[in-house]
Ligand binder design. Structure first.
Ligand code: BGC
Length: 438
């Protein structure tokens, strides 16, 4: 075996960061336990949030919804309607940076006013608003949502605890809108699940799972009301989508660099799984791994010294390095070319690749748990519809094929099958489905 690979393997094992240390089965079992505890209202790292969204209603043809999508990077708005065959029409699309992501703290009024500014020009052209809000948010039976706390390092602390639908409506009134439409708040994974379902009209799937790997990561699935012991008054025999908030999973496979990264974040004890793999943190994690590798003598002294001056490696550069270790426009490549040896360059490649392999294993477990836990049909004739969104999932080096190679055999051994559905603009389309059907 390549001696640099051997050195990297030893280093990763010594610091509990090796992908092989992640057992998919053990992670799925642990996650399933946490899902059950979350549904029962017992202490759990998984919030398991009821959404009050029923997936059984059909989408009306030709009716418009205003949609607002508050994601980890962008804030986007549009008008969305659907044609006979389920295909969406998106009109009057606009976007701006998500408030609270630009390095300064944003107050509550400014936050909701920025949201209302995008919705205002569309508000009179539809009777309903679908608000895709991609943060841990308790959903109320009237489908407004209370932000539990921010994830993804958003800097707008006054918004925590607010009812985001009602606050958006207030901000629209402030802007002189007389008839403010009702607002349905939903998570982006839920929007993704609904989009996958709408995109495959007529197909009877065995189960539905929505999954995002972008700035953050999360899953949702369809659960029977009878299993949601913590929510009162749900119709027995019914079902609804549950937002797992699986990015917050208290993963047992956290290693030294994960803990180091946690210490640099605003809430070190939260969102452990997300910080191990999502696009919002991967560069920061790669930076900690390189720092640790420098300190432990896996990388040369000149490189270690340059790394200390370099600051943070971006997610894009860390991932692109595995795609092309000679790539231009990559600060990590330039750094290695100016200060690193050939061994440093190879070791860095093996380190980045190992972090991605570990991310793929954790992602396979994150997907398998809701497929197995949900109302799944078994066998190849009732596959789960696994709708996957998030640029990171499709961009990370060989990521889709790594996840596929792990997930398919794992589920097939348990007589569960799935198809992956990829849909464009899932948060916008799913938010429209939710607003028009619930
Ligand atoms: C949020 C989730 C969201 C996920 C993907 C996480 O940080 O807490 O609500 O679904 O990111 O965007």
């Amino acid at each position: 075996m390549n001696s640099n690979r051997q050195a990297v393997d030893r280093f990763l094992h010594d610091h509990d960061m090796h992908p092989e240390a992640v057992s998919i089965d053990e992670t799925v079992r642990h996650m399933t336990e946490e899902m059950e505890q979350g549904l029962a209202g017992q202490p759990s790292s998984l919030a398991m949030i009821p959404t009050y969204i029923d997936t059984e209603r059909s989408v009306p043809v030709g009716e418009k919804a205003v949609v607002l999508d508050a994601g980890g990077t962008n804030l986007r708005a549009a008008l969305v309607s659907f044609q006979e065959d389920g295909s969406p029409i998106i009109e009057d699309f606009s976007k701006r940076p998500m408030p609270g992501t630009q390095g300064t703290v944003v107050g509550k009024e400014e936050f909701f006013s920025s949201l209302a500014a995008l919705v205002e020009p569309l508000a009179s052209r539809a009777n309903t608003v679908g608000f895709c809000f991609s943060y841990p948010t308790e959903i109320l039976p009237n489908r407004d949502g209370r932000l539990i706390h921010w994830s993804k390092e958003i800097q707008a602390p006054e918004v925590e605890g607010c009812l985001v639908g009602a606050q958006l409506q207030n901000a629209l009134v402030e802007r002189g809108i007389k008839e403010v439409p009702p607002v349905t708040v939903l998570n982006d994974t839920v929007a993704t699940l609904l989009t996958g379902k709408a995109a495959s009209v007529g197909r009877d799937w065995g189960a539905y799972v929505g999954f995002i790997l972008g700035t953050g990561t999360n899953t949702c699935y369809v659960e029977s009301n009878d299993s949601i012991a913590k929510a009162q008054g749900l119709a027995s025999g019914g079902q609804q989508v549950i937002n797992c908030e699986s990015g917050s999973f208290a993963c047992r496979h956290r290693g030294t660099a994960d803990v180091m990264l946690g210490e640099t974040t605003s809430k070190p004890e939260t969102y452990w799984l997300e910080k191990m793999l999502s696009g919002g943190y991967f560069g920061a994690l790669a930076t900690q791994v390189m720092k640790l590798a420098g300190d432990k003598g896996l990388l040369s002294l000149p490189l270690k010294e340059q790394l200390a001056r370099f600051g943070e490696i971006s997610t894009k550069d860390a991932d692109n390095y595995t795609h092309n270790p000679q790539g231009t426009n990559n600060d990590l490549v330039s750094l290695l070319q100016s200060s690193g040896s050939n061994a440093d360059a190879e070791r860095t490649w093996f380190l980045m690749d190992a972090l991605l392999e570990r991310a793929a294993r954790l992602t396979a477990a994150n997907l398998a748990a809701p497929v197995l836990k949900g109302q799944s049909g078994k066998g190849p004739l009732a596959p789960a519809c696994l709708t996957v969104d998030g640029t990171t999932y499709y961009r990370y080096y060989r990521f889709e094929s790594r996840v596929e190679a792990l997930l398919r055999p794992y589920l097939a051994e348990r007589d569960h099958y799935y198809e992956t559905v990829r849909v464009e603009d899932a948060p916008l389309i799913g938010a429209a489905v939710a607003a028009l059907t619930n």
